[in-house]
Ligand binder design. Structure first.
Ligand code: AMP
Ligand code: ZN
Length: 109
């Protein structure tokens, strides 16, 4: 999508602090971190929200990469939280599917 912030970040058209990338997925530091480690994992393909994603293989790839990034890239083997905000009621602000990884401190529920 030509006017999507996260499509532009994945394409390198807008700068970001990259932590991981492969052919399907891009991951970068959240600009307003809510924990010592706060990373966003996005598909390169534009999908507006989790509710709009009808591609089970893509969702599987994303969750597998979240697991890999949290452990092998971010060193969060001791634990972390995964959040997906969905649409307005879920507090979603950027309409390109993204998975938050939060860690580095004890996270109260
Ligand atoms: P959400 O509320 O789930 O849509 O989360 C959007 C997240 O994107 C927020 O945590 C923002 O801090 C983050 N964000 C917005 N713009 C940028 C940016 N240019 N680089 C990195 N993170 C961003
Ligand atoms: Zn997009």
């Amino acid at each position: 999508m030509s006017n999507c912030l996260f499509c532009k970040i994945a394409a390198g058209e807008i700068p970001s602090s990259k932590v991981y990338e492969d052919e399907n997925v891009y991951a970068f530091k959240d600009i307003h971190p809510k924990a010592p480690t706060h990373v966003l994992v996005i598909p390169r393909k534009h999908v507006a929200t989790l509710a709009d994603c009808d591609d089970p293989a893509l969702l599987g790839t994303l969750m597998d990469r979240v697991r890999h990034i949290a452990d092998a890239v971010l060193g969060l083997a001791g634990g972390y939280r995964v959040i997906i905000n969905v649409r307005e009621g879920g507090g979603q602000e950027v309409y390109h599917l993204h998975i938050h990884i939060l860690g580095g401190r004890k996270l109260p529920f």
